[in-house]
Write a protein that binds this ligand. Structure first.
Ligand SMILES: Cc1cc2nc3c(=O)[nH]c(=O)nc-3n(C[C@H](O)[C@H](O)[C@H](O)COP(=O)(O)OP(=O)(O)OC[C@H]3O[C@@H](n4cnc5c(N)ncnc54)[C@H](O)[C@@H]3O)c2cc1C
Length: 387
């Protein structure tokens, strides 16, 4: 169908790092193209990775907000609609719906991120279980934890481990509960994971691995978590950090092709004309990468596509820095299904883990402790994710 809305703005849904990075890149190329950002939250600009270093860097939620929505609108010459939840997309009519209201778009970009996975927990204190996936969540958590001492974290993945380290640095007692046998399962090979766990344990984090929480009950004295081995654990407040899932539901309802994320090609175009997706919600040629570097590369490419010439995104190697200062760690995971095996060299908490193909090509690495110094050299050796 022809795009009838050529006078309508480019509409970006989401004001996370994806939405604002894209707007910034567009403005470098075109000062005037009408841009409207629509967001379910307050539209504050902030760097999400900083949420798990708030105590270490002594930054409150307010200090983490770099600019409010109005300031961003002024700086970038665009409009921002805050607290505006998009409820449906109509690709044929080129409009989005916010309940009864509809807004026309010329081109639409879905930059609406990923949702936290919520555990089904029994008990009467599930309202004391916090998920932290944006600045507003972080503000609520900081208010709730103020004056308390004991935090239990569900999940020992990247976010769980980073919060564990940060909360220890803030002087809290920290218990981490996870069903996996190691920390950072699926991300780090065994010796590297063990080094991170030792580093955090030496820093005072208590791990309860191989166990899952089933219920959380509370009273004035705090909460009691029931674990699936029948034991209980006392805390004041609970963080759930058991994973994220790209937001695909509204896209699927609108007839867009979805897989693990919203499927897009190298030009970040979905299966429906004039609709693009990027950041945590997108699956770019099979890659779902919930990290900053891929979204920055996507913002640069998509800005060109939207303003001048269709441009494919490229991803180089994109190592991930895990913010656990108790055991500094960098990982560049091999592609899913890559043939090869991990070889690990261990020197105390310093581990050099290399994932090599049968022909000895380096396909991935994880380094901890002193070996982190090798991250740049190793990054140059591993293949690009999307050349
Ligand atoms: C604690 C933490 C630490 C991290 N640390 C790192 C790190 O060190 N390095 C790294 O590379 N990555 C890190 N990440 C991941 C990285 O922060 C994310 O990949 C990135 O911020 C995602 O940005 P986004 O804009 O795609 O999504 P989001 O930031 O989730 O933004 C989504 C936006 O869409 C809006 N929205 C959603 N649904 C709707 C709707 N229906 N209608 C209107 N608006 C909607 C939301 O309100 C929000 O504005 C971390 C993540 C977390 C949680």
């Amino acid at each position: 169908m022809m795009n009838e809305n050529s006078q309508a703005p480019v509409v970006i849904i989401g004001t996370g790092l994806s939405g604002y990075s894209l707007a910034r890149e567009v403005r470098k190329l075109d000062k005037d193209i009408p841009l409207l950002l629509v967001t379910a939250d307050d539209g504050a600009s902030y760097s999400k990775p900083m949420l798990s270093t708030g105590f270490t860097k002594e930054k409150t939620a307010d200090a983490l907000a770099m600019a409010d929505a109005q300031k961003m609108a002024d700086q970038l010459n665009l409009q921002v609609r805050t607290f505006a939840q998009v409820t449906a997309i109509d690709g044929d009519a080129h409009c989005i719906h916010l309940g009864d209201e509809s807004i026309a778009y010329h081109k639409l970009v879905l930059a609406w991120g990923a949702d936290v996975i919520r555990l089904q927990l029994d008990g009467d204190a599930t309202d004391r279980v916090y998920s932290i996936n944006d600045l507003m969540d972080y503000r609520s958590f900081r208010e709730a934890v103020d004056g308390h001492q004991r935090v239990a974290i569900l999940g020992a993945g990247l976010i769980g481990c980073e919060f564990a380290n940060d909360l220890r640095n803030g002087g809290f007692e920290v218990d981490v509960i996870a069903p996996s046998d190691t920390v950072l399962p699926g991300l780090l090979p065994p010796q590297a994971a063990a080094a991170v766990q030792r580093g955090l344990t030496d820093g005072g984090v208590r791990f309860h691995l191989g166990k899952a929480a089933t219920a959380v009950n509370g009273d004035a004295a705090g909460v009691s978590l029931t674990l699936d081995d029948g034991s209980t654990l006392a805390a004041d407040i609970v963080i759930s950090a058991v994973g994220l899932r790209p937001r695909t539901e509204l896209a699927a309802k609108a007839g867009l092709e979805v897989g693990r994320g919203i499927k897009v090609n190298r030009q970040l175009q979905t299966s429906v004309a004039d609709i693009y997706a990027m950041g945590d919600c997108a699956e770019v040629e099979g890659h779902v990468l919930l990290y900053v570097l891929p979204l920055m590369a996507s913002a640069r490419a998509l800005a060109k596509t939207l303003t001048s010439e269709p441009t494919a995104v490229s991803y180089g190697s994109m190592p991930v820095l895990i913010k656990t200062p108790s055991c500094p760690t960098v990982v560049s995971p091999p592609a899913a299904g890559a043939q090869g095996e991990w070889q690990e060299e261990v020197d105390g908490n310093s581990v050099r883990a290399l994932f090599r193909a049968p022909d000895n090509t380096l396909l991935g690495f994880a380094v901890t402790g002193d070996y982190v110094a090798e991250k740049q050299a190793l990054s140059r050796e591993v293949p690009a994710i999307l050349p």
